[in-house]
Each structure stands twice: as structure tokens, then as C-alpha cells.
Design a protein. Structure first.
Lengths: 115, 108
């Protein structure tokens, strides 16, 4: 089965510019996650969707970050305007559900560099 | 907070056994995952523990003690390809919280 797809793989922008990332989860996976992984740290959950509804966005900096999952499949994450500290890898993951034992499958990530 | 602690780095020799420890806050615990992450790649699932005891899967085993807030990942017969970061992740409710990862270096 195809894995989680993300694009672009790499992005370099200047501070105060905007950027968008795209994610296509594994077919049939109802739950989709966006994580931010700063170099040397573990992934930090930004937002979690169940179908097209938001389950948890408590750690999403809502003044500059936004995400949507229209039609409960693909998702986009946007940063506007970007700051230097947003430089990180943005990982998308999906799972069949939100139950305790559901394994999350990660995409290859988008490496963002803000200069 | 929901701090998850694991050693920053470990070094071991090819063919040896290594144990990577993880401690976490027990309140709200709802399962523990171990992931492997090679440099520049996405995390991949290794194991899942929700009950006390040892789960074995080939060369990899994971142990959990819920009362102590403690888990370890055991890697046997180390191979060079096992050089990677190992992430301990704890589920609190429906949310997965990751530790910073342990970088394992396998030397020949």
C-alpha cells in the first residue's frame, strides 16, 4: 500500500514570507497529524484531524499557522508570516483511528529553512 | 507537564546488546510507542506497549512498567544499520508526546 505522501520535500524561504505544505495520508486513514520536528528534538504535535474535524490544535501557533483537511483526505499546513524559529521538519502522519493502540505512519517530511 | 526522558546518545559495538531507557509521567498514560528514525528520514514504528511486561519482535524487545513510569527498548545482535535515533512516545489521551530521542551509534 502507498505510504503517506508529502510535498515539497524541501523549502527555503525568507522570514515574513508564506509557505504551504501538502499531505496525502494512507487511503482509509481517518486520523491525520501534523508534527513539527526541530533539529535534535522529538516531533511535536501541531494539529490532529479526525476526518475533516480538528481534534487537537492546542500547540498550533494560530497567529501564524493554519491547517485544513477538506473532504477528510488531503491536508495543507500554512505558515504566514514565517519566522526564523519555524525552521524545522514538518511531518505528516496518519492512522486508522485515534484509539490507544493505533500506530501512526509518517510521511518523509518537508524540511523548511527560514532565512 | 508530560516530560519524557531518555538518554541523548549511546554508543555500542556491532553484535552487542543495548538497552535504551525511557521514563515518563504516569498520570494519564494510555500506551507507549518506540519509533526508529534514521537521519533525514521519517520515524518508523518499532513497538507498542500498554500492559506491563516484555514485548518481543525479532531482534527488538520493549518492556513496560506502568507503576514506575518506565520503559526500555532492547536491541540484540546490533548491526551497523541500527545506527539511528530511537524515539520513545507516550500516549496521553488521544495525543502522542515524543521524547527528544536517543541517538545510537553502532561501531564495528
Amino acid at each position: 500500500e502507498a505510504g503517506v505522501a508529502q510535498s515539497p520535500r524541501y523549502k527555503i524561504i525568507e522570514k515574513r514570507q508564506s509557505v504551504a505544505f501538502w499531505c496525502n495520508p494512507i487511503s482509509g486513514h481517518a486520523t491525520l497529524y501534523w508534527y513539527q520536528q526541530i533539529l535534535g528534538q522529538g516531533p511535536k504535535l501541531l494539529i490532529q484531524f479526525q476526518n475533516n474535524g480538528v481534534v487537537d490544535d492546542s500547540q498550533l501557533p494560530k497567529d501564524r499557522f493554519s491547517a485544513e483537511r477538506l473532504k477528510g483526505v488531503d491536508s495543507t499546513l500554512k505558515i504566514q508570516p514565517a519566522k526564523l524559529e519555524d525552521s524545522a521538519v514538518y511531518l505528516c502522519a496518519s492512522s486508522l483511528g485515534t484509539g490507544a493502540g493505533y500506530e501512526q505512519y509518517f510521511g518523509p517530511g518537508t524540511r523548511l529553512t527560514v532565512t | 507537564g508530560q516530560n519524557i526522558d531518555q538518554p541523548t546518545e549511546m554508543t555500542a559495538t556491532e553484535g552487542a546488546i543495548v538497552q535504551i531507557n525511557c521514563t515518563y509521567q504516569t498520570s494519564g498514560f494510555n500506551g507507549l510507542f518506540w519509533y526508529q528514525q534514521h537521519a533525514g528520514e521519517a520515524p518508523t514504528f518499532l513497538s507498542y506497549n500498554v500492559l506491563d511486561g516484555l514485548e518481543e519482535k525479532g531482534r527488538f524487545s520493549s518492556f513496560l512498567s506502568r507503576s514506575k513510569g518506565y520503559s526500555y527498548l532492547l536491541l540484540k545482535e546490533l548491526q551497523m544499520k541500527d545506527s539511528a535515533s530511537y524515539l520513545c512516545a507516550v500516549r496521553y489521551g488521544n495525543k502522542l508526546v515524543f521524547g527528544a530521542g536517543t541517538i545510537l551509534r553502532v561501531k564495528s
